[in-house]
Structures are given as structure tokens and as C-alpha cells.
Design a protein around this ligand. Structure first.
Ligand SMILES: O=C(O)c1ccc(O)c(O)c1
Ligand SMILES: [Mg+2]
Length: 629
């Protein structure tokens, strides 16, 4: 599989773009004409720059408003084409994209367009060049790849072929079976892009909101499966017009792009055996559970955190054999709830502390095969974090995740707690209110959201749900869930638009994205609340107005609502069941714990309650007399 990306997809100067594209593992670039026109150097210099980066020019594009013109416009269009052929020869590329005309002067007719392309093919052939024809979804006469293919077929010239672009085909819901019958060698290049499913003018959607395959809602895998069935084995080229990407980091966007192509072909390969050149890699990683969340803290903060954990039924049960690391646990010996506090003065945890302050910098996922998990992560371009040499046999490997934090993979069969920890001996007595880690919530800048969604869903066997907008008094939070079918992995990703929201404040004050809350699951919220209250837990106080509202909204019994109010429990319901939530006090710059109960298959996360809990948290974060965040 040859990978390519259009220069229009990323930000920066041409040389910054090329450096980012090359460093991210692409084989080639489409030179988008504007990137060349704005560059202060000759086409030959651009060609040399591309090749110096170890890349090839896969396509020169776009050439617009060519076909179907009456004279004298027709002759002028051919003159224009000849000038661009000069540029291409100097640049060192042999393929040009002609997109279907949007000109009001253009006349319709398949044969007229075919005749024009045949003549263009003749002229291209004289110079050893080729031309691909692409139907824009908003083309004046041609806006469907089936018509574009019919034109190419009738042009009947070896130097004229078809260009397919997933956006144009999928945004118009064109039947993908029509691709399977096209001979693969008549497709000159395939452009790939995804997009969100939003009702919008297609030109506007295409020019501003395209995103990487897997980041949007279009069935790009189905599209690519149909392409693979034709035997096509040319370049797969990303062409992503996206305002946020244009303002983003060239390297980060290019890396996401490369990951999206590798993952796309991994999915296609599993469905369509003829798919050529896809990288073989282990299956998406099945997550059996969140085995632990690890905090980094200094001694004093570790004490505060420990007391908070104590009020929720945790006990310090073990210490690491060599490091200043404590395991806090409740529940069964194997499969209880584990929180680790790391107060090492050196190593990664400490560096993380120096950057972010006290924070949940690592999450441990239990998986059937940790080395397969690392292998898949590596194939998808994740940064691998290998244990230091002195950590010995069996030390866990991790990958770098959001905000530079770690995601450890733990073999199902491995008991890290016996192997690496010294147990205090005294098994805590009494009931433990919490059963498991229900979900882990990570906050980030809104523009990072698509990138991390792709990261998680490509590596882990989990899928994203639809985006939910959560109203914070200071702005919008874009919230999106990544979860697996069995519910053993639930992540909520919250993208903040500005730093005055609770999530935005957290990111700004802790110098980067990270885990902002951890939710524990109980099977009896009222018993858990009583237990915790007796241990000194101080739940987040929720406004009385909220309880008046849910009483009528859900038709709840007044006695039941009184009980919820007395214990500061939030309530939600969906078609399946009920949900109960208690929030703890905020810690540090807005980190918090949550306790939830899911009754009868409730699958959500209480999004309807988020504005009330955010308002309450902001009240509690704000010292008396201080202005609102
Ligand atoms: O938006 C456009 O004009 C445009 C140009 C070239 C393409 O390949 C394309 O898909 C869109
Ligand atoms: Mg295109």
C-alpha cells in the first residue's frame, strides 16, 4: 500500500508540510496547486524538496473547469492545460487531476466531455503524462463517479483514467457496487476522506469539515472495500479540507492521517482478501477491564488523596517492592478496585508530576495478550513506552496516550500485584462499597478529540458513540464516549472549547490534557452513600432546584426524591434502566471521583446531569469572593 496525502490537508509552509508528511511515514504527496503557487521557488525546486524528503509527487491538482466548454473557451482551457503540463514536467510528476466543471459556461453531454478528455489524453501522452478525472459532488453536469467513469470509458484513451474520492461518492450515498465493476487499472488514484454526518451544503461540508477516515461518520471502509475488489493497488491519498487541521500541528495531523490509512486498510484486509499491501497486525485489543489508575503526587498530596480514597472505602494494602508506590484497594483480592499512588522522586511518574502536578497519569488495561497489544499499537504508530532495563523480566509495557500519559497493558494471566508488591498482611474487614472502575474521563482541547477517538478505536476493540454537547456555564464541552460491547472499557473524552469551562480550566491549570475524573461502580448507590458518609466522604452538593425538576421530569415519588436529595445523588433514566451518580469533592485543579450505579442495563453516562454537576463543581472550586471561573 502506497500512502499519500494532499498538501492542502495540513498547516504550515510547504517545507514544513513536507517534513511532517515524510516524518509520519507517507510515501508521497499530492501537490495542491495553491501550495505551489504561494511557494517562492521554481517547480523544479519543489520537486527536489519533495524528493529530498524521500517522497514522491503522487498527483498535481486540481485542474478546474476544463470539459464541455464552447469555443473560444475550449481552446483556452487546452492552452491552460499545456501550461500546467509544463509545470508538472518540471516538478517531476506524471499525474494530473481534472475535477468536473462547475463553470456556468460548461455544456453538458457525456460524449462532449469524453471528446475533450480524449484530446487532453493525446496531448498528455505526447509528454508522458496522465490525467485522472474526478466527479465533484457539486459539479455542474457531472457530480457522480458513475458518470465520470462513463466519460472516461468513452474517452477510451490509455492516458485518461478515473479518480475516485470517497467524500464525493459517500456524501451523495452513491451505491458502492458501481465501483466494483470498474477495472482497477483504469482508476489512476484514490482519494480518501471522511466527514461528519451533518445536514449541510456538500461544497461547504467538503471544504471545511472533512476529516481522516475513521474520524467521521461516512462508511469509508465500505468504499475502500469496493475499491480493493477492483484490484486497484495504486496510492491511497488523503485529501482533507478541514479548518481545524489547517490550524493544527503539521506533525500531529500527518501522524493521525497515516494512522487512519493503516487502520482503514487493516479493516479492509479483514473483509476483502484481495486488498493489497495492508500491514498484517494483531486484532484490535480486547480490554477485559481497567485494572488500575495510577496517580503521581508529592508526599503531602499523596496524603490528601489517600484520605479522600479512604472516605470511599479504599485501604492502603501494599507497597511496591522497590519504588515509592502504594496500592489502594477495595473489594476482592483478584479483581478489586485498584488505585496506585506513585511518589517516586525520579523516573517517568516524577517527570509527569513536574509537568502536570498531582494527576492520574497512567491507566492499566487488562488484556488477553499484552505483547500483541503492543505490536498492534506499534503498527498504528503509537509511541511505545518500554520498561527501563533495571525493571527486569515481566515489567509492563505501555503506550503514550492523551497528554503524554501512559496506558499500560497487563496480561490477563499476570498478577502484577503479587509479583511487584509487598502486602501489609491485614486484609481490610467490612463491606466495600465499590465494585469496579466504571469509566475514566479525559479532558482535552476540542480539536484533539478526533485524534484521540481515532487513536483509541484503532488500537482497542471499542467504538465511539455519537458526540454529545454538554453545556458548561462558560462554554460548550464536546463529549464523546469510547466503549466496548461488554462494558469492560468505558472512556469519556471531553473536548473543551475554552479555558473557562471546568474541563478547560483543568487543562490550562494542569498544563495539558489528562484524566479528569474516575467513576467507580457500585450495585447499591444508597448503601455506598451511607458507607462513604460514615467514613467522612463529602459529596458535591447539588442544587435543590435540580431535585424539583427531576421529580416532575421523570414522575418520581416524592419520598424517593427526598432520599436522592439528602444523599446528593443525581438520577437519570433511559429506555433500558436507571442511573445514579454521586460526585466527590474536587481535588487539585478540578480532578474528581464519581460513584455510579447502573440499573437494568442503563448504558449512558448521565449527560443530562452534567450541567448541574458542573455548576455545582464550579461553586465549590471558587473560593468565596472570587469571580467565577
Ligand atoms: O473542493 C474542491 O474544489 C476540490 C478540488 C479537488 C478535489 O480533488 C476535491 O475533492 C475537491
Ligand atoms: Mg478529491
Amino acid at each position: 500500500m502506497k500512502t499519500s496525502i494532499a498538501t492542502v490537508s495540513i498547516s504550515g509552509t510547504l517545507s514544513e508540510k513536507l517534513a511532517a508528511v515524510a516524518a509520519s511515514g507517507f510515501d508521497g504527496v499530492e501537490i495542491f496547486e495553491n501550495d505551489f503557487l504561494t511557494f517562492d521557488g521554481s517547480p523544479a525546486e519543489v520537486g527536489r524538496m519533495v524528493r529530498d524528503h524521500g517522497l514522491e509527487v503522487t498527483l498535481f491538482q486540481p485542474f478546474r473547469d476544463f470539459e464541455g466548454l464552447p469555443e473560444p473557451h475550449r481552446s483556452r482551457a487546452f492552452d491552460r492545460a499545456e501550461r500546467k503540463f509544463d509545470v508538472m514536467q518540471e516538478l517531476g510528476t506524471e499525474l494530473m487531476l481534472v475535477c468536473s466543471s462547475v463553470s456556468p459556461l460548461a455544456l453538458g453531454g457525456i460524449d462532449r466531455a469524453a471528446d475533450d478528455l480524449r484530446e487532453l489524453g493525446e496531448r498528455a501522452a505526447r509528454r508522458g503524462l496522465r490525467v485522472g478525472y474526478e466527479a465533484l459532488a457539486w459539479g455542474r453536469h457531472v457530480n457522480d463517479h458513475r458518470d465520470a467513469w462513463e466519460i472516461v470509458r468513452r474517452a477510451d484513451h490509455p492516458n485518461i483514467g478515473l479518480i475516485l474520492d470517497s467524500f464525493h461518492t459517500l456524501s451523495r450515498n452513491i451505491d458502492l457496487r458501481s465501483i466494483r465493476s470498474i477495472p482497477g487499472d483504469r482508476i489512476f488514484i484514490v482519494q480518501l476522506a471522511d466527514a461528519p454526518r451533518i445536514e449541510m451544503d456538500l461544497l461547504y461540508l467538503s471544504r471545511h469539515f472533512r476529516n481522516m477516515p475513521g474520524e467521521g461518520d461516512l462508511p469509508v471502509v465500505d468504499f475502500m472495500q469496493a475499491v480493493a475488489a477492483t484490484g486497484y493497488d495504486g496510492a491511497l491519498s488523503l485529501e482533507i479540507f478541514n479548518d481545524q487541521f489547517r490550524g493544527g500541528s503539521p506533525r500531529a495531523i500527518a501522524e493521525d492521517g497515516h494512522r487512519s490509512l493503516v487502520y482503514l486498510m487493516d479493516r479492509v484486509r479483514r473483509r476483502e482478501p484481495v486488498a493489497k499491501g495492508a500491514l498484517a497486525m494483531p486484532d484490535r485489543v480486547e480490554v477485559l477491564g481497567v485494572e488500575f489508575v495510577e496517580f503521581t503526587a508529592d508526599r503531602a498530596e499523596a496524603e490528601t488523596l489517600g484520605s479522600l480514597l479512604g472516605t470511599m472505602g479504599f485501604h492502603a494494602v501494599a507497597s511496591h517492592r522497590e519504588k515509592s508506590v502504594t496500592l489502594w484497594r477495595q473489594g476482592r483480592d483478584h479483581g478489586g478496585v485498584n488505585i496506585v499512588i506513585n511518589t517516586e522522586q525520579q523516573g517517568f511518574a516524577h517527570s509527569s508530576y513536574l509537568v502536570h502536578g498531582a494527576s492520574a497519569y497512567a491507566v492499566g488495561l487488562k488484556v488477553p495478550d499484552a505483547s500483541a497489544a503492543i505490536e498492534r499499537s506499534r503498527a498504528l504508530g503509537a509511541e511505545i513506552f518500554l520498561p527501563e532495563a533495571n525493571e527486569g523480566e515481566g515489567a509492563m509495557a505501555a503506550i503514550r496516550g492523551i497528554g503524554g500519559g501512559l496506558i499500560y497493558f497487563l496480561d490477563e494471566a499476570d498478577d502484577v500485584w503479587s509479583r511487584e508488591f509487598v502486602w501489609s498482611g491485614a486484609t481490610p474487614q467490612g463491606a466495600s462499597p465499590l465494585l469496579a472502575i466504571d469509566h475514566v474521563a479525559q479532558s482535552m482541547q476540542a480539536e484533539e478529540l478526533p485524534s484521540w477517538l481515532l487513536f483509541y478505536t484503532s488500537i482497542l476493540d471499542a467504538d465511539k458513540l455519537a458526540e454529545v454537547d454538554i453545556v458548561d456555564p462558560a462554554g460548550l464541552i464536546r463529549s464523546q464516549v469510547v466503549e466496548n460491547a461488554s462494558g469492560t472499557l468505558r472512556l469519556t473524552l471531553n473536548g473543551a472549547d475554552n479555558h473557562r469551562t471546568l474541563a478547560g480550566h483543568f487543562i490550562a491549570e494542569s498544563f495539558g490534557s489528562g484524566v479528569q475524573h474516575v467513576a467507580f461502580r457500585t450495585d447499591d448507590i444508597f448503601a455506598a452513600a451511607d458507607h462513604m458518609l460514615r467514613s467522612g466522604f463529602r459529596p458535591l452538593a447539588i442544587s435543590r432546584n435540580y431535585y424539583d425538576d427531576i421529580e416532575v421530569r421523570f414522575g418520581l415519588e416524592p419520598d424517593f426524591v427526598d432520599r436522592l436529595r439528602d444523599e446528593s445523588i443525581l438520577y437519570d433514566r433511559d429506555e433500558d434502566g436507571e442511573y445514579f451518580q454521586i460526585y466527590g469533592p474536587t481535588y487539585g485543579e478540578g480532578f474528581f471521583f464519581e460513584i455510579v450505579e447502573r440499573r437494568a442495563g442503563y448504558r449512558g453516562y448521565g449527560a443530562a446531569n452534567a450541567p448541574f454537576r458542573i455548576a455545582a463543581q464550579k461553586r465549590s472550586l471558587r473560593p468565596a469572593g472570587m469571580p467565577a471561573l
